[in-house]
Design a protein around this ligand. Structure first.
Ligand SMILES: Cc1cc2nc3c(=O)[nH]c(=O)nc-3n(C[C@H](O)[C@H](O)[C@H](O)COP(=O)(O)OP(=O)(O)OC[C@H]3O[C@@H](n4cnc5c(N)ncnc54)[C@H](O)[C@@H]3O)c2cc1C
Length: 426
């Protein structure tokens, strides 16, 4: 029977290595040299390269890419198990060559790029010699792509892009920008004349593209294919976020439990107070449910496709945002005043939790998608009553059993007794 929740021992060995490596190597480097991966100091870069070489030697570099796209081809389920560890350490995804927004952009390049485009952009991005950003959302409203206006006009052997984008994460420091236009996805080097990065916001940039000229071969995928490419990018991105969110929830949960056992109030350790126990119990169950849901969705993607799993991916997306909000709140609350400071990861985790319900599509849009898709499997009932209306079901059941009752008067008497009882209750 194929219903197995265990991890094969060989892959478990990899997971154990990743866990140890992140705890013993990645995290200490991060505390002493924050943002080491983007550092321009040659000595810090050398430390990063040393660790990344170990990742590559384990065959764990760019783990999000399928084999045919140039990665190890672990598939989404194994990736989920790996991300459950990486998500606990802020710099780990980059240390493994698997951090957003580059992952999604590389996925698009790997899937839709020409050989030349792969050589020019994918190869250096895989080697982290080039960084990218994704310019899709527009200031007039991000939840509805039909409102987007940024457009590329063909002029001889160039495309001329005009438009305005909002919240392009890391746009300011990217070498190339993947710009979603109404008529295609374009790769724009950040230093191209006409790319005007506005002073605010600082990390998620507002960019005006004014008469930006790029050669014809900077169109990625087919003309008018931007929505298909965006779906490919965002589908994978959402499940990867969810996998890393499990790690964040577990971190909050570990902190909550440790603290609950370490403090006293009103004559007992706080873990013995029932309202604290309720928070621990609810958080435990919420994380277990989220984890199963995420891993099952990953498994479905592996066995079908991202497209066929889109309802569950959307449901996972808003569920993870909710669970992160609840669990990080519970943990922060149990840590009391300390939880409200920036001396532990909790305050930032809780403050950041609402963004999970906005980035990669707001909760409402995903919930509408889920409801619409789920409802396709249902039909309205006929007449006044729902299918599960008891009197109608009893009547139908009686019709079905009538031949049996006719052949056995004793049974008929018992059945009549029940019928009388139910009729009397009405
Ligand atoms: C941390 C972070 C990183 C991001 N990075 C990028 C990036 O790199 N590149 C990029 O292009 N974009 C990025 N975004 C933008 C993101 O894609 C948009 O924020 C998102 O699509 C929502 O668009 P909006 O912010 O314009 O909100 P709006 O579309 O204005 O929505 C605001 C609110 O309106 C309500 N609403 C909207 N639509 C509906 C609906 N159909 N039904 C019911 N209620 C609705 C909801 O309450 C919603 O929260 C990022 C966002 C965040 C938070």
């Amino acid at each position: 029977m194929a219903w197995d929740f265990s991890t094969d021992p060989e892959f478990q060995g990899k997971l154990d290595w990743v866990e140890r490596f992140c705890r013993e190597e990645v995290e200490p480097l991060e505390y002493v040299f924050p943002y080491a991966i983007r550092s321009r100091e040659p000595k810090v870069r050398a430390l990063v390269r040393g660790l990344q070489d170990q990742v590559k030697a384990q065959g764990l570099w760019a783990i999000f890419l399928d084999e045919e796209l140039g990665g190890p081809g672990y598939g989404q389920l194994k990736l989920g198990l790996l991300n459950e560890i990486l998500g606990r350490y802020p710099s780990a995804p980059q240390m493994f060559g698997a951090a957003a927004p580059d992952t999604g952009n590389m996925e698009m390049l790997a899937a839709y790029g020409t050989e030349e485009q792969k050589q020019r952009w994918l190869k250096p991005m895989l080697a982290q010699e080039m960084w990218s950003a994704y310019s899709m959302t527009e200031p007039q409203g991000g939840s509805d792509p039909n409102l987007f206006k940024t457009h590329a006009m063909r002029d001889g052997d160039e495309w001329v892009i005009n438009g305005e984008k909002w919240f392009t994460s890391a746009g300011r420091v990217a070498d190339i920008l993947f710009v979603m236009c109404t008529n295609g996805m374009f790769v724009v080097p950040r230093k191209t004349p006409g790319v005007e990065i506005q002073p605010v916001p600082r990390n998620h940039n507002h960019i005006i593209y004014r008469d930006v000229r790029v050669p014809l071969d900077h169109l990625l995928g087919p003309e008018d294919g931007a929505k298909v490419l965006a779906q490919r990018r965002l589908g994978g991105g959402r499940i990867h976020h969810a996998m890393r969110t499990i790690a964040q929830c577990k971190l909050a949960f570990d902190m909550m439990c440790e603290r609950a056992l370490s403090r006293q109030s009103h004559g007992k350790i706080i873990a013995e107070h029932q309202m604290v126990q309720e928070k621990i119990a609810d958080s435990y169950a919420a994380i277990r449910m989220l984890r199963l849901f995420v891993l099952e969705t990953a498994w479905k993607i592996d066995n079908t496709s991202t497209q066929e799993t889109r309802t569950d991916i959307a449901a996972v997306k808003y569920t993870m945002a909710r669970v992160l909000r609840e669990v990080s709140f519970n943990a922060l609350h149990i840590l009391g005043s300390l939880g409200t400071t920036d001396l532990t990861p909790l305050q930032a985790m809780y403050a950041g939790a609402p963004t999970m319900g906005i980035a990669d599509g707001v909760d409402e849009v995903h919930k509408s998608t889920v409801a619409r898709n789920v409802l396709k499997g249902y039909r309205p009932h006929e007449g006044y009553w729902p299918t599960e209306y008891f009197p109608a079901k009893r009547e139908k059941a009686r019709e079905k059993l009538e031949p049996l009752l006719q052949s056995d008067p004793e049974l008929r008497t018992i059945a009549d007794g029940y019928a009388k009882y139910f009729a009397g209750r009405r």
